[in-house]
Design a protein around this ligand. Structure first.
Ligand SMILES: Cc1ncc(COP(=O)(O)O)c(C=O)c1O
Length: 425
């Protein structure tokens, strides 16, 4: 599928007026979507293995969410929820609280905002202003969240930072300490105590450790089972808060509503966004009543709790539960992972296949195990030409994060196109 004249014209107009800071991996102009298929403006259909960056877990054009948003639109679009009371954002907060066990919810509009709220809450609660995050982490691009982000130098160049020190994540395929799991004893996590607390940032000045349960933008990196437990232990022994950024991994993507549940670890503060709005901008920061006890004015916003997002979010969460999307993520994820592992046996360029549920990354490598950066770009583009949407992550990873409602025959079709792209790449 080649870029048509119609697409080219829109891209030209986009280039004239839209901020060039956006990162488009290829020239693809969308028109509409249904289920797990996106149609471009020329009517070509594409199997979607990216779910608009793990947002469309419920699939596109979900009738239940559409009806909920339209019904709310007829009644009232917006009320300043930081000034007035309204039932629908309360219902959404109750639902999130019931699904997670956290008592208090702060509503916002995006992932970065949910992270910023968590940061401010941790600063406020502990009265300390340092934080620890991880190499390859991505937490967003507003200045607070950006301080935690470490995935790419270009994300951070020329921008000032809060006081954040980065430590090693458990990237076992390329262990930063050159050790082997499990003999390593999760040494990467202990770097925080061994080095950071002694040389960089005292625990007395540290408000929180912020961690993605599975690193997303950094390369779909799944830590071994003990990693988050070690990080939790370090937080407990040093009286720090643990903030879990579930913006990409949450919403049943890994089978559980929160990916941290796979590791049997409970964070003190949780950030959610992306999939919980079903495509409508929605963010939520969750915590206990004890921690989220800040006074009026400490944090608020204009659009958090806006009625359309609240109606869409509530319908999304109900749909996720009704349709057992967690079970679907596990079942389809096992199938997809198995098929990708078969491809790994056939194509040496596939160095690693890893993931939980339908949050899967495929790391492409050269013969010497260096990241296959250019090859990844070619394969992603070839896949698009064949009718499959893939998005990159990390240095040479392709993410496989389709809508959780994807059907087995759609997975098969996508994999056929992926294999053709591998052959051509
Ligand atoms: C883990 C994580 N946190 C935060 C963000 C930022 O979310 P947003 O782009 O909605 O600000 C992202 C976005 O990809 C993310 O993956």
């Amino acid at each position: 599928m080649k870029t048509s004249q119609k697409s080219k014209e829109i891209i030209e107009r986009d280039k004239k007026v839209v901020s060039p800071s956006l990162t488009r991996p290829y020239e693809f102009v969308v028109d509409h979507a249904e289920g797990s298929t996106i149609f471009d403006i020329d009517g070509n259909a594409y199997v979607d293995f990216a779910a608009s960056v793990a947002v469309m877990n419920i699939g596109y054009n979900c009738k239940k969410v559409k009806e909920a948003v339209c019904t709310q639109m007829e009644k009232m679009v917006h009320c300043g929820f930081s000034d007035f009371y309204s039932e629908i954002p309360v219902k959404l907060s109750e639902k999130l609280s019931q699904m997670t066990g956290y008592e208090k919810v702060f509503l916002s509009n995006s992932g970065a905002e949910s992270v910023e709220a968590a940061q401010k809450l941790a600063f406020w609660y502990t009265k300390r202003c340092g934080m620890i995050a991880f190499y390859r982490a991505f937490h967003g691009r507003t200045l607070g969240a950006l301080s935690l982000t470490s995935s790419k130098i270009k994300h951070k160049e020329h921008f000032p930072s809060l006081r954040v020190v980065h430590s090693h994540y458990a990237y076992c395929y390329r262990c930063p300490l050159n050790l082997e799991y499990p003999q390593c004893g999760i040494s990467c996590a202990q770097e925080i105590e061994r080095t950071i607390f002694k040389r960089e940032l005292s625990p007395k000045d540290t408000a929180a450790i912020v961690v993605e349960p599975i690193q997303g933008e950094g390369g779909f990196i799944v830590p071994p089972p003990e990693f988050h437990k070690e990080v939790r232990r370090i937080c407990d022994e040093n009286d720090l808060l643990l903030i879990a950024d579930e913006v990409q991994s949450g919403g049943f993507r890994t089978g559980k509503f929160m990916a941290m549940e796979n590791f049997d670890v409970r964070a003190d503060v949780v950030c959610m966004s992306k999939s919980i709005g079903g495509g409508i901008p929605l963010g939520a920061t969750l915590s206990s009543s004890e921690i989220m006890s800040w006074p009026p004015g400490a944090h608020a916003n204009t659009f958090g709790g806006n009625l359309l997002a609240a109606a869409g979010g509530l319908a999304t969460l109900e749909f996720m539960e009704d349709k057992k999307l967690g079970e679907k993520a596990v079942e389809k994820g096992n199938y997809l992972m198995g098929r990708l592992n078969e491809l790994k046996e056939k194509y040496p360029i596939i160095g690693d296949v890893r993931g939980i549920g339908l949050m899967i990354g495929v790391e492409l490598v050269k013969a010497n195990k260096d990241p296959a950066v250019e090859e990844r770009e070619t394969i992603v583009k070839k896949a698009l030409e064949g009718g499959l949407i893939l998005l990159p992550a990390g240095d040479s990873v392709i993410r496989f994060v389709p809508p959780l409602i994807i059907k087995r025959n759609e997975i098969d079709r996508g994999l056929e196109i992926f294999e053709n792209a591998l052959k051509a790449g």
